[in-house]
Design a protein around this ligand. Structure first.
Ligand code: NDP
Length: 297
């Protein structure tokens, strides 16, 4: 394990790097961009790569990782790769086939972490771990009630190791974070830089997170960018943080999150920005019985 990277131990004994590289991108951006960006990210020092069946770039991400293995930059075991089960594969008999499709695209024997992309059945996920196809299993976009439902399930074999949710200075998820910590589940944050403002999901009039004056003032104080302040805030709260970029300069900048520290006062100012504001409202799914965002947290 590369000591430059900071890791957190998961409740099943595996380790997750505290900073991850996000790979979701809009359809109109060519997939070749993902190959290039993922290679740059690995060269820059990212070891945790967040992807999903639904992002439709696993082939490209796999290609990039394998090329960095082939040229000796990393070994497979240096990379922590996350994939996610898509909602059309939730029937228990389909779960493993979705993972196998991802593995085939990636040309990998296993993924490090396999997440349920949105709330559903865990039993078939446990089988993927038992089959060695996923080292760890976790969930994404689960609220507290849904996490409790899983944790209280009779015969639960493996607790989810993480819950990947939207989390940033405008939605700091304090209560969900405290709950997850109390259950030894790590919170993995997406949208930390204010999301990609996806056309389908984000209201275009929502505030631009990185333009926030408090982030700006702290950036000035620490001689860093607002993006680094937003990323660092999460690390210091014990959150695993994802950062997506297709831009070489910004990818290299984001890895500098380990090079400085915010003071307790800075952290308090950043806590003060919380307004429980969600960029990704999943409103097209609001009628689903398992819609996760209707509860307070
Ligand atoms: P982020 O919040 O990480 O990033 C938003 C934008 O910030 C990017 O488009 C990027 O643009 C820009 N950016 C990156 N670095 C900097 C910087 N240093 N300074 C200024 N701007 C910067 O976006 P995401 O919403 O993509 O979230 C991250 C990842 O989380 C996703 O890629 C995906 O892997 C995961 N995710 C998971 C979801 C789930 O349901 N589980 C939902 C949404 C995301 P540019 O490329 O031009 O640099």
């Amino acid at each position: 394990m590369n000591s430059k990277h900071q890791y957190v131990e998961l409740n099943d004994g595996h380790f997750i790097p505290r900073l991850g590289f996000g790979t979701y991108k809009p359809q109109e951006v060519p997939n070749s961009k993902t190959i290039e960006a993922t290679k740059i990210a690995i060269e820059a020092g990212f070891r945790h790569i967040d992807c999903a069946y639904a992002y439709q770039v696993e082939e490209e991400v796999g290609l990039a990782i394998r090329s960095k293995i082939a040229d000796g930059t990393v070994k497979r075991e240096d990379i922590f790769y996350t994939s996610k089960l898509w909602s059309t594969f939730h029937r228990p008999e389909l779960v493993q086939s979705c993972l196998e499709k991802s593995l085939k695209k990636l040309n990998f024997d296993y993924v490090d972490l396999y997440l349920i992309h949105s709330p559903m059945e865990l039993k078939a996920m446990e089988k993927c771990k038992d089959a060695g196809l996923a080292k760890s299993i976790g969930v994404s976009n689960f609220n507290r009630r849904q996490l409790e439902m899983i944790l209280n399930k009779p015969g639960l074999k493996y607790k989810p190791v993480c819950n990947q949710v939207e989390c940033h200075v405008y939605l700091n998820q304090r209560k969900l974070l405290d709950f997850c910590k109390s259950k030894d589940i790590v919170l993995v944050a997406y949208g930390v830089l204010g999301t990609q403002r996806y056309k389908e999901w984000v209201d275009p009039s929502s505030p631009v997170l990185l333009d926030d004056p408090v982030l700006g003032a702290l950036a000035k104080k620490h001689k860093r960018s607002p993006a680094l302040i937003a990323l660092r805030y999460q690390l210091q709260r014990g959150v695993i943080v994802l950062a997506k970029s297709l831009n070489e300069k910004r990818i290299k900048e984001n890895i500098q999150v380990f090079d400085f520290e915010l003071t307790a006062e800075d952290m308090k100012d950043l806590d003060g920005l919380n307004r429980n504001f969600r960029y990704v409202t999943f409103k097209l799914m609001a009628d689903h019985p398992n819609f996760p965002l209707a509860d307070e947290y």
